[in-house]
Design a protein around this ligand. Structure first.
Ligand SMILES: *Cc1c(COP(=O)(O)O)cnc(C)c1O
Length: 356
């Protein structure tokens, strides 16, 4: 079994200048090292190591470049109030990568390589994690097919790598409510497709809608199902609606990404006795809830942006405010609770926190 201490480190002897924590934004800077491990059928998983952050050598025939065999994860390392570095639910991310790899016919890294590799890398680049409690190290584990061939079949050679990016708040505006574009033309995922995986292809397919949403001043896209009737999720977040007596989030039916944040919020809500229903949610009932006042709040949930209130829903044929464009008590409470657990300010009763 691989342990973080057992991962060989090739130290980067020309470390970069660290950016000002106020200038971080999201995903604009990378640290000094990366973790890499390879798979082929003869050797299995082999050559786990930390190297200086550097460009890959890759054959132009590599399957990732032609048939898109690429899958990623997104997680964060935090500095808690005691100054210790912690991960949040890394096994959840490992399991999701494993499930996604199965769907994409790729060999998944074993749990020890995934988690111990991440720990070793975070340790190597610990000085990139800013002290500022609003900052964290975003972790991007990625799995790609690197075998060179042109027939359409699963790659036998796989590379797993992890890179790190110090991040501030996801939105430049902080935990401000965002405007969301309800996408009625383009589709993110169809039944039987890749929607429940973090396949890179899903994001390639979403860029056009995101670009058009940006032109309408919207921060993200809200995706509907194949019939354009049910609400699925936001581009990088799952979505919750607070009606009078019911908190609802769309049921995971294979086209929605099973977010770790979504799962954590459901557990927090259930523990506090506020029942969450996982069911189909129609756009129609949300619009009716806006009109008759029964919809009190809407918010997105994801690692990158944590909890983000939806202040406005906009599309070609409507433009409505939710909770008067303000943060609601449910979203604010969940944001505080989750970030407090991550920072060690509230007890970690669900055992979500893993020390690096
Ligand atoms: C990553 C992602 C989420 C959120 O998942 P978390 O595990 O909470 O970060 C939701 N929807 C999509 C499409 C995503 O890519």
């Amino acid at each position: 079994m691989l342990t973080a201490a057992g991962v060989p480190v090739q130290k980067n002897n020309s470390p970069r200048m660290k950016p000002d924590p106020k200038e971080l934004g999201f995903g604009r800077f990378f640290t000094d090292h990366m973790f890499v491990c390879k798979y082929n059928p003869e050797k299995g998983w082999h050559d786990a190591k930390i190297t200086p952050y550097q460009p890959f050598q890759m054959d132009p025939g590599a399957s990732v470049l032609h048939y898109g065999q690429a899958l990623f994860e997104g997680m964060k390392a935090f500095k808690n109030q005691k100054g210790e570095c912690v991960l949040f639910r890394p096994d959840y991310n490992w399991q999701r990568m494993k499930d996604g790899a199965e769907r994409l016919c790729m060999e998944a890294p074993p749990k020890d390589i995934f988690i111990e590799g991440i720990k070793a890398l975070v340790k190597a680049d610990l000085d990139w994690l800013p002290e500022d409690p609003n900052c964290s190290l975003y972790i991007r584990p990625t799995l790609i097919g690197t075998e060179a061939f042109l027939g359409v079949r699963p790659a036998n050679e796989i590379t797993f790598f992890v890179i790190l990016s110090p991040v501030g708040s996801y939105y430049s505006t902080g935990i401000e409510p965002v405007k969301i574009w309800v996408e009625q033309k383009y589709l993110r995922a169809a039944p039987g497709g890749l929607g429940s995986t973090k396949a890179a292809a899903n994001y390639a397919g979403s860029l056009k809608a995101a670009l058009e949403a940006k032109k309408k001043n919207c921060a993200q896209v809200l995706w509907l199902d194949v019939e354009r009737q049910h609400i699925e999720e936001v581009g990088t977040m799952n979505v919750f609606f607070v009606f009078d007596n019911e908190i609802v989030t769309p049921k995971l039916d294979g086209t929605i990404l099973a977010g770790g944040t979504r799962d954590s919020l459901i557990q927090l809500l259930n523990r506090s006795g506020r029942k969450v229903t996982e069911r189909k949610v129609t756009l129609k009932e949300v619009m009716e809830g806006v009109r008759n006042g029964h919809l009190k709040e809407a918010f997105g949930a994801g690692t990158a942006a944590v909890v983000t209130p939806v202040g406005e829903l906009i599309s070609d044929d409507f433009n409505v405010k939710i909770n008067d464009g303000r943060i609601g008590p449910v979203a604010q409470g969940l944001y505080d609770e989750l970030t407090d657990i991550q920072r060690g300010l509230r007890p970690d009763t669900f055992h979500w926190i893993v020390k690096v």
